[in-house]
Write a protein that binds this ligand. Sequence first.
Ligand code: C2E
Ligand code: CA
Ligand code: CA
Length: 536
Amino acid sequence: MRTAERDIVALGIAIASLILFVGTGGTIMPEIVRATMGMGMAKAPDVLLTNAVLLNIALLIFGWRRYKDLNREIAERRKAETLAHELASRDPLTGCLNRRSGVPAIDLLLHEAEKRRHAVAVLMLDLDNFKQINDLNGHAMGDRVLREITARLVELLPQGAVVARIGGDEFVCALSYDPGHGERIDRLADELVAAASRPIEENGLRVEVTVSIGIASSCGEDGTPLGSGSDVLVHHADIAMYHAKKRGRNRHFWFEERMESELRHRAELEAGIRRGIPAGEFVPYFEQQIDLASGELVGFEMLARWHSPRFGLVTPEVFIPIAEEIDVIADLSETLVRQALREARNWNPALTLSINISPLQLRDPWFAQKLLRLLLDADFPPSRLEIEITESCLHENVGAVRTTVTSLKNQGIRISLDDFGTGYSSLSQLRTLPFDRLKIDRSFVAELAKDPTTHELVEAIISLGRGLSLPVTAEGVETPAILEMLRSMGQLKGQGYLYGQPEDSTTTRERLKNLNLLAGESPAPAAETDRERRAG
Ligand code: C2E
Ligand code: CA
Ligand code: CA
């Protein structure tokens, strides 16, 4: 029998016995009382009736007791159910709502706000460096951070606001506001960002977190409801949060339509890159490197190009940073270097090949081995290879970079410092790595003709190279006038549009054929190393 039914039966027994008691007890009770008190002329009560009344009383007590017991049982069960529900809808660590309960709570808020012609702002908060804190300080500290951040959020949010933890370090907050005063939400978001960044201390440890916030509103700026449900608002707030991360974190952004299309574009690029690497869509182009004094071609710099079926010919400035971010730069670089080495085997052996290497690749302790493997596979002499690394390598983990660079150099590979002048490397940093060459960034070279101060800067870089015994390459040589100025400044190599745009393998090979510079053909130009040895 179900509880409710048992409940009713017990109550029924109690009521029935009560009615019975009132009916029979009314006549028999006074007789019993009189008999028991020994009043002389009283006639003895009917034994059967007396027993019936006593049974009736027993039933009454039993029914009542049973009814009370059942009630208590039900109350306990209800309490347990409420607790279970609470546990299912609460995040056990922080005590705020969880993903499952957060969304309906926002729906409820939306519903109530609509009735009062209010807007609802949904804020997506994501801690910027939580993983690092967990990794460096342990999970106990991570938990402490999450609880503390929750407490700070709750303190700043108005009463009735929704706070839910929907992921490891992701929170959704929602609150209603007067749509004519969006600036209040801006202020709140600023306060939340500031509050989160206050240091958190525990057991002598002190950590600092920052948060990025995306905001979506249920109403337009003029207060008209947009009709979006909680799921859409959370999604939009998430997109705006992602945008805030991209723009340097520790800040907030309101959702805008264009963010969604940017994100879609970005997702398409990412998917395209992942697909394009094994599909062979990334190919090397080659830019001539010239000895400025003699005008002789001495080698090529390999520059990546993407023949994307979706986007056409894409430049590396678009796809290299993404490939780095989604961690496919090593695979991408490998397919490019493989192709470039194979192609360069067709060239006159005196021509060098320069390749650009991402700082991320240099962090891989196996990078040198991997590169040597590629050289071996292509049967390409390491002495013809030059790698270009940017100054940003000097700022992170110089120890590991030095190990890699040293083993590359031991194999005869040369190292150039690329884009020199843009990365603020100090002289001492410059000396920490055994570079073979400096490449002056093209932004300085292009300015040469216009701005006399860059003239001095370029001269200073060249004399710095001389002081450090590092030969210098000037990038971005675009005009004969610039060429003349550079020539007057010293013994340089150069490259730039004056000599031609980067070209694909076939075009490069044709160029070399016309110059009699394919493998096995003569005359070969003096190898750069020879010439430099003679010059030095
Ligand atoms: P970078 O190494 O500084 O390469 C030189 C860039 O300047 C190339 O752009 C080249 O096309 C361009 N350039 C050459 N001459 C001139 C000129 O006279 N004037 C102007 N305005 N520009 C000139 P690109 O090919 O778009 O490459 C951009 C950057 O992408 C490269 O800069 C390099 O840092 C990176 N990159 C290219 N290929 C790879 C690669 O395979 N791996 C990695 N990690 N990075 C690459
Ligand atoms: Ca370069
Ligand atoms: Ca460069």
